[in-house]
Design a protein around this ligand. Sequence first.
Ligand code: MG
Length: 253
Amino acid sequence: MAATFSLLAITLLAQAAPAQRPEDTEVWQPEPPVVVVAPTPSVPAPADALVLFDGKNLDQWTSTKDKGAARWTVRDGVLTVLKGTGNIETKRKFGNYQLHIEWRVPANITGTGQARGNSGLFLASTGDGDAGYELQIMDSYRNKTYVNGQAGAIYKQIVPLANPTRAPGEWQSYDVIWTAPVFAADGSVTSPAYATVLFNGVLVQNHVALKGETRYIGAPVYKAHGPAAIKLQDHGDPSAPISFRSIWIRDLK
Ligand code: MG
């Protein structure tokens, strides 16, 4: 009898709260239009920017998981993910800002879908691991995946307006205008986060309001936070690591 009741309880619970799967928050159609963009030179920091990576060292960065030294590789003016060492984030914290970052998928990239040059730019890091708001970085050049997870997407939240991804081996750029969310004393959202993103000079996010922090499973959720680090993702997929250069930021009021 008890077993019967338990089974009934489990059944009712399952109906009330169906198990959530990663696939439930994937969007596959329609695909953003492909926009071909010619390569451009690196964009240097303007005079009033804080340079986060100038090709020489990781002085502005720390390891997310232990706040020790960031262990990614710096060579020939380029920063490359050292797989298995975890995410890195800025020592400084930011509110509203303008950010420039250049990234490159290696020419010899392998894998498909999300397992192909996956990294990410967390527009505000709110904790360990992948906590925060992720602007997806991956190879989206002729590489099909769910459209709210391709390069230029606010991951699993907002599909990019276009796909201007250059071929692997070419440098790509993001220019981001971030308006940090504002929270009331009780933790409720006074004003959501807003993001504008240009991807290789093409507008892909036009002052979009975020629904909360990125979730791999389930809906985005806000939890109150203050100024936050900028974080780069060491994704666990087995494809070759991606690289970065010319990362700079301007504080905005
Ligand atoms: Mg990612």
